[in-house]
Write a protein that binds this ligand. Structure first.
Ligand code: F6R
Length: 260
């Protein structure tokens, strides 16, 4: 796993956006996996800027989001579909029919999840998956204890996640208790993983994910099993990393290598 430490959220977001944009330029029909939450907002802002100012073209891109709350329709302001429309889709030229966010309101969740997995396969698999990390070490809504082989399914959120996400709702009681989430196994099949982590409250989880054992108790630790995973972190989230100096040394030395 590559660890790239930047000073600020803004620098972190721009560095991660450059990686995504490079793939879009080299493969215009690429499949992009997306996350919601505070972590990737700056990354999406930068992609929107690149579209506006540099003509980055999303007209052939297909997207798949990691997760959605059960019970919230797409026009609910706290739904992840709504979040994606507001923070990315309406700022770039992606055809709406190319965007997939799991449905939280399907009559048959199990059948929907099977369809979602099949649709990812039909589109050729995910080229780049953007990820955030929960303060309990989750990726998507794969809470501690989720199997590292898990697939898209309905999950029950932990109290910690409900507390963390209550800031977006009027009342904590309004936070949904369940979500549809891609599994850890689904995420590991993406060809490239790009995680963004920022803020002090992520430091402990990030250190466990990067430097601790691979365990279903910290589902982000599964990134250690992936051949092409990069974590972009700001200085605060990097605060718990024991090998921080070494990661910074690797980045410095990489600049001295001839470009491959
Ligand atoms: C959301 C998702 C979650 C978040 C995580 C961090 O689609 O997949 O795993 O990435 O909960 O959320 P923020 O970025 O709001 O701290």
């Amino acid at each position: 796993m590559e660890v790239v430490i930047l000073k600020t959220y803004d620098e972190m977001s721009k560095a991660a956006a450059r990686v995504v944009a490079d793939v879009v330029r080299h493969k215009p029909s690429m499949v992009l996996g997306l996350a919601t939450g505070s972590s990737p907002v700056g990354l999406y802002k930068e992609l929107a800027r690149m579209h506006r100012e540099e003509g980055l073209d999303f007209s052939h891109v297909t997207t798949f989001n990691l997760d959605e709350y059960v019970g919230l329709p797409g026009d609910h302001p706290q739904s992840y579909r709504f979040f994606m429309n507001e923070n990315l889709f309406k700022h770039i030229n992606i055809p709406p029919q190319n965007t997939h966010v799991p449905s939280g309101t399907s009559a048959n969740h199990r059948a929907f999840c099977e369809w979602y997995e099949q649709r990812i396969r039909e589109c050729g698999g995910i080229d780049v998956q953007v990820l955030g990390i929960g303060s309990d070490g989750h990726i998507a809504f794969n809470e501690p204890g989720s199997s590292l082989g898990s697939r898209t399914r309905m999950v029950t959120l932990t109290e910690q996640t409900i507390d963390d996400n209550a800031r977006f709702f009027k009342d904590k009681a309004d936070v949904p208790r369940h979500a549809i989430s891609m599994g850890v196994g689904t995420i590991l099949e993406a060809r490239k993983l790009v995680m963004v982590a920022s803020g002090k409250n992520k430091a402990e989880a990030l250190a466990a994910a990067v430097e601790g054992p691979v365990t279903s108790m910290i589902t982000a630790s599964a990134l250690q099993l992936h051949p092409d995973a990069t974590v972009f972190t700001d200085a605060e989230a990097a605060g718990g990393l024991k090998l921080r100096d070494y990661y910074e040394w690797i980045q410095k030395e990489a600049k001295r290598l001839p470009r491959q």
